[in-house]
Write a protein that binds this ligand. Structure first.
Ligand SMILES: NC(=O)c1ccc[n+]([C@@H]2O[C@H](COP(=O)([O-])OP(=O)(O)OC[C@H]3O[C@@H](n4cnc5c(N)ncnc54)[C@H](O)[C@@H]3O)[C@@H](O)[C@H]2O)c1
Length: 341
């Protein structure tokens, strides 16, 4: 890994640090010499890459709720936070449907509480990245794909709505009214080592292969999605944050999509993973069941390109789904061995 001087001794706050993206980012930034602070909910503690790869020893993890304004004030003031990645969110789509209140609290209230604390204490802060999502766009139909950053946000599902609200609140705080240095990111599905939300497609399929357990597809396999590898996302977050830090007037208020511009049917992902592990018979059983299945509660087609990112920064993703499978399986196999101990 190339060490980037920029990050040395920068005071960085990562909300949701024990989550999938947060722990990968913390790993990279701590190697780059940043002083990394993170806030996260206690109940997620055990099953995180942060602990599995002992990154927690190199960063300062604070347990608490992102809606706790006093706690955020304390963290931000005391540690003179200069850079923030706001990743904390309730991300499970099913949980958002069953318990919407908790999703609104974490995803919407959590965002305005954090940004409000930065507004009130804006001496040190130079760069805030707010993680929105491709889900914030809502259903635009196949003809309008890939999404463009200037599309309206028209979500209906609860998780998607919560992300769109957070996205709009972030945009407001970046405006002339509040003048906070903010970039909003809308990324497609991220996958890779450390993703332990097994309701998500790729980790769910991998887990089912490793334990030779039955897999039930949430949809009917016809939904179209885009999957981007975590190392691409970590690189991109750093690139955006650094540029915003150096040139807030140019970049604040900008929104960036990122995906690989490769639309995959979810059944293709199923096939690739099951065939990689030689589970042909189980695959056929699942495909048979998918034939008559109707899907509801999910967007039918979503994918992203990286045109704007390429135009601004010459950025493009490096990893291709098919090529990441061997190392991904290795990581999960090691992880499950560790978590059994
Ligand atoms: N993973 C993806 O495919 C993807 C794609 C696009 C956008 N995003 C966005 O990226 C961000 C990170 O996603 P992830 O996959 O790492 O999710 P994750 O569930 O792995 O991590 C979320 C983290 O937020 C924390 N958190 C949740 N509610 C909290 C609260 N009220 N107070 C404090 N901490 C709280 C959790 O403890 C966890 O550490 C999210 O905002 C998500 O919406 C993710």
């Amino acid at each position: 890994m190339n060490i980037e001087k920029f990050w040395k001794n920068k005071n960085v706050l990562i909300t949701g640090i024990s989550g999938f993206v947060g722990s990968n980012l913390a790993k990279n930034l701590s190697k780059n010499g940043a002083n990394v602070f993170g806030i996260t909910q206690k109940k997620r503690k055990k099953n995180s890459l942060l602990y599995y790869e002992k990154i927690d020893k190199k960063v300062k993890v604070i347990f608490g709720n992102i809606t706790n304004k006093k706690l955020l004030q304390k963290i931000i003031k005391k540690n003179k936070i200069q850079i923030c990645f706001h990743l904390a969110a309730q991300v499970e789509v099913g949980a958002a449907k069953n318990k919407p209140f908790e999703t609104w609290e974490s995803n919407i209230k959590g965002t305005y509480t954090l940004l409000e604390v930065f507004r009130e204490n804006n001496k040190d802060i130079k760069s805030i990245i707010v993680a929105s999502s491709d889900k914030a766009y809502g259903e635009h139909g196949i003809k309008k794909m890939p999404y463009k950053e200037n599309y309206n946000l028209i979500p209906t599902f609860p998780y998607d709505t919560s992300k769109a609200c957070a996205d709009m609140i972030a945009k407001c705080y970046s405006s002339d009214i509040f003048n906070l240095p903010i970039i909003i990111t809308r990324f497609s599905n991220i996958y890779g080592p450390g993703q332990l939300n097994f309701t998500a497609l790729i980790p769910g399929l991998i887990k089912s292969c490793i334990f030779k357990k039955k897999f039930i597809m949430r949809g009917n396999g016809k939904s179209i999605r885009d999957f981007i590898y975590i190392d691409d996302i970590v690189d991109l977050y750093k690139l955006l944050s650094k540029n915003l830090f150096k040139n807030p007037n140019k970049y604040s208020g900008e929104v960036f999509n990122a995906g690989t511009n490769t639309p995959y049917k979810t059944s293709y992902i199923l096939k690739k993973i099951f065939l990689y592990k030689k589970r042909k018979k189980e695959l056929m059983d699942i495909i048979k069941k998918l034939k008559n299945k109707k899907t509801s509660g999910e967007l039918s087609v979503q994918f992203m390109d990286f045109k704007k990112l390429y135009k601004y920064f010459k950025w493009k993703p490096k990893y291709k789904f098919e090529k990441t499978l061997p190392s991904l399986f290795n990581w999960y196999e090691d992880y499950f061995n560790y978590s059994k101990k």
